[in-house]
Write a protein that binds this ligand. Structure first.
Ligand SMILES: [Zn+2]
Ligand SMILES: [Zn+2]
Length: 264
């Protein structure tokens, strides 16, 4: 028997999991290869932001100057032809601060803009919760991140050993990776809580630890990761590999609450 040492930092865990899932799922290889290239750039941005500590007023300029160049390089090195071309076009002609500002403001964006802004802003927001907190508008509710007001990207059934009936779901923010909890039988988009209106779709053979939690009222859905069934899961990484589940949801007419980093 060999003792396998598990990764310890957030970025090491994400990297290790992306490699693991890329080897497990053919269809996820390409997006995860890009994600792995991004992770290196994101980790550098995260570490620099932790030592530079830009203020909320400086954060847009900081993201463009410090984080975006590495993200652009990763996109050009490991992205698809389409992404590569779109990224280069933005780099030469785009209003880069405007693109980042729009993401921080929660505006709807073109795919490439959302990708570039999100990939470069998230490590900075993760490093600086005090800056993420300045994005919060109003008092917030259960359907938005209590730190920054962002939408949930993925839900988790944590491996806490709690009794099933009392266990809650944890939601992970699409903007700052902050976490909060929501009742188990509640739509994360509209708050519907009649179980009969909240269908669960799964492909247990392929994804025993993942499922779709959909809502017939608002037609939105979210992927839920069950950590009790796979304690090595890293929810934001596993969610990127759930492409076939996203296709099932789309066929049934459901839209994800917010697209993930790779645009699914
Ligand atoms: Zn957040
Ligand atoms: Zn709903």
């Amino acid at each position: 028997m060999t003792l396998v040492e598990r990764a310890t930092t957030t970025y090491e865990r994400r990297r290790e999991r992306a490699r693991e899932l890329g080897a497990r799922y053919d269809f996820a290889q390409e997006p995860l290869r890009l994600y792995l290239a991004l992770l290196d750039a994101q980790e550098r941005a995260f570490e620099r932001a932790q030592s530079d500590r830009p203020s909320a007023a400086e954060v847009t300029e900081y993201v463009v100057r410090v984080a975006l160049p590495g993200i652009m390089e990763a996109a050009v090195a490991a992205g698809t032809e389409t992404l590569r071309e779109a990224a280069l076009l933005r780099f030469h002609d785009g209003d880069l601060e405007g693109i980042v500002e729009a993401w921080l403001g929660g505006e709807e964006q073109h795919g490439t803009d959302a990708f570039l802004a999100r990939a470069s802003a998230s490590p900075v927001l993760e490093a600086l919760p005090e800056v993420a907190r300045t994005l919060l508008r109003g008092n917030g509710d259960d359907h938005h991140c209590p730190t920054c007001g962002g939408l949930p990207q993925v839900a988790i059934f944590p491996d806490t050993g709690e009794a099933l009936l009392t266990a809650r779901r944890t939601l992970v923010c699409s903007r700052c990776a902050g976490e909060w909890s929501l009742g188990r039988v509640t739509c994360a988009a509209c708050g519907e809580n009649a179980g009969a209106k909240l269908p669960i779709l799964a492909d247990e053979a392929r994804f025993p630890h993942m499922r779709i939690d959909a809502c017939e009222i608002c037609r939105r859905y979210l992927i839920t990761i069950d950590e009790r069934k796979d304690p090595h899961a890293v929810p934001i990484v596993d969610e990127l590999a759930a492409v076939p589940l996203d296709l099932v949801a789309a066929e049934r007419g459901y839209t994800k609450i917010v697209r993930n980093l790779m645009g699914f």
